[in-house]
Design a protein around this ligand. Structure first.
Ligand SMILES: Nc1ncnc2c1ncn2[C@@H]1O[C@H](COP(=O)(O)OP(=O)(O)OP(=O)(O)O)[C@@H](O)[C@H]1O
Ligand SMILES: [Mg+2]
Length: 241
């Protein structure tokens, strides 16, 4: 099974003077203050820094979930500032995102949750998701393979409430891989997990990078993981230091 699509664009991520300012009424919060960043295909990059440093803000920009206030950002060769760029289509095809809070659908099984990203646009609402999923035989096979890969071959029909935290996180990793991404982004994927489970998730991401050449960017405030990245980008108060 092919885990990732080839990433051949150089660089995979290129940011220059990237600024993200949040506005809350009269207040302005400069979460990113002018970031320069180059990430090559095949890298395993840790974005580290204290709480509030801007890690999630940066990942959301790279993951095409948000737009920069100023500066330039190209992701897999696409200039994100260009008018008419369809973020959702680009993201769906190229980027897997693992959220800190998993965002699994409580009413769906592990397998169905992994299949969710293949469904958008095919079901009109959540009530149609179930039947849309059962029509997708090739995707279903892939989702099952991915669950086996993350060690959940025996948990496919479990709902999130019937899974442990680490298992839910692994479902989230499998889901991020279902569309064969070129780039995997993970925001605090080991956030609330015990050290053994944390190492399991981390080793899984490492193996995906090493064995499938998947470009992986992980945001974490866990300093004990730092030495294991091929490169660390340190954020402090909205700047790379
Ligand atoms: N939607 C928002 N509106 C206003 N301010 C925000 C918003 N999102 C984040 N911020 C602020 O921007 C700054 C950077 O936030 P961000 O979530 O990127 O930090 P982080 O490094 O991911 O922190 P953590 O380790 O706690 O997850 C913080 O000061 C935060 O309060
Ligand atoms: Mg964060």
């Amino acid at each position: 099974m092919e885990i990732a699509s080839a990433c051949t664009i150089k660089p995979a991520v290129n940011a220059k003077g990237l600024v993200r300012t949040y506005r809350r009424g009269a207040e302005q919060i400069r979460a990113l203050k002018g970031i320069d960043l180059n990430i090559q295909c095949g890298e395993f990059v840790g974005v580290v820094g204290h709480s509030g440093a801007g890690k999630t803000t940066l990942l959301n920009l790279i993951g095409l979930m948000d737009r920069a206030t100023e500066g330039s950002l190209s992701v897999l060769g696409h200039d994100t500032a260009r008018r008419g760029v369809r973020f959702d289509a680009l993201r769906r095809k190229n980027i897997g995102f693992v959220f800190q809070e998993f965002y699994l659908m409580p009413t769906l099984t592990a397998l169905e949750n992994v299949l969710l990203p293949t469904m958008w646009g095919k079901a009109r609402d959540m009530t149609e998701i179930g039947s849309a999923i059962s029509d997708r035989v090739p995707s279903r096979q892939r989702a099952a393979e991915l669950l086996k890969l993350v060690g959940l071959g025996q948990r496919m029909t479990h709902k999130p409430s019937e899974l442990s935290g680490g298992e839910m996180q692994r479902v989230a990793v499998a889901r991020a891989l279902v569309n064969s991404p070129r780039l995997l982004l993970a925001d605090e994927p080991t956030g609330n997990l015990d050290t053994v489970t944390r190492d399991g998730i981390f080793n899984l991401l490492l193996a995906l990078n090493r064995d499938s050449g998947l470009t992986v960017i992980v945001a974490t405030h866990d300093l004990s993981l730092e030495s294991r990245f091929t490169r660390v980008v340190r954020l402090e108060d909205g700047n790379v230091v």
